[in-house]
Design a protein around this ligand. Structure first.
Ligand code: C5P
Length: 224
């Protein structure tokens, strides 16, 4: 059985991948399945937490014991996270947020034309995790007590990951080993959990529930 070490704690997890509308029928998206974020929500609930799950375009049944807020775009995900994070004990950004969105959303479906295809101009999306780190600092009440980010790194994992951990102002950064049929859409994952002011934790390849439990094992002792 799992420890009940998150009993009475309020946990917010984002999962899935955002879709950025081009027109009413098309979007720019990514291949995130939401499986790892859902595993985090399910295991946190099983460890006693009160869980809010902000799900971006995930085709999975609601995990038992979590309140699910469904969103589509990065802008909606940001609003949902800002609405939920105040007073939370833990916030985990496991969602794949699009770095860019189409600068304008066409009201009508874009038509095929005989000439050149229309260009899609992009605008930068806000970095939600970095914003949560800034908000925590500015608020100064220490909440959320633990802020967790995710990252997919292909090279210089430790150096890039440590720099990202500092830049984003989070306490833990779960770095996925990308490639070799890991991560996207699979039920297995492998990761290194980078810890602010501590040694990295290697999580061997295994079910996403095991990776999720390893994250909560790292989070729990940091809760005051
Ligand atoms: O910078 P990078 O995209 O590698 O960082 C990944 C982490 O930052 C993830 O936790 C992701 O949820 C979060 N992120 C975010 N807003 C963005 C881009 C990434 O919160 N616009």
């Amino acid at each position: 059985g799992r420890p009940r070490d998150l009993a009475g704690r309020r946990v917010v997890v984002s999962a899935g991948g955002t879709r950025e509308a081009i027109d009413p029928v098309r979007y720019i998206g990514n291949r995130s399945s939401g499986l790892q974020g859902y595993a985090l929500a399910r295991t946190a609930a099983a460890r006693g937490a009160e869980v809010t799950l902000v799900a971006a375009n995930v085709a999975l049944p609601d995990p038992a014991g979590a309140a699910v807020v469904r969103v589509e775009s990065a802008a909606e995900l940001r609003e949902a996270m800002l609405a939920a994070e105040g007073g939370a004990d833990v916030v985990v950004m496991a969602a794949a947020v699009a770095d860019f969105r189409p600068a304008e959303r066409h009201e009508a479906k874009i038509k095929k034309t005989d000439g050149e295809p229309a260009a899609i101009h992009l605008a930068k999306n806000p970095d939600i995790l970095a914003e949560l780190g800034v908000r925590r600092k500015e608020r100064g009440d220490g909440s959320p007590g633990v802020l967790v980010g995710f990252a997919a790194e292909t090279h210089d994992v430790l150096a890039n990951g440590q720099a990202k951990l500092a830049r984003k102002g989070c306490d833990l950064l779960v770095v996925n080993q990308v490639g070799a049929n890991l991560a996207f859409g699979t039920s297995d994952n492998a990761a290194t959990i980078l810890v602010a002011g501590g040694d990295p934790i290697e999580v061997p390849r295994g079910p996403k529930d095991d990776v999720a439990d390893a994250v909560w094992d790292a989070v729990a002792p940091r809760l005051l």
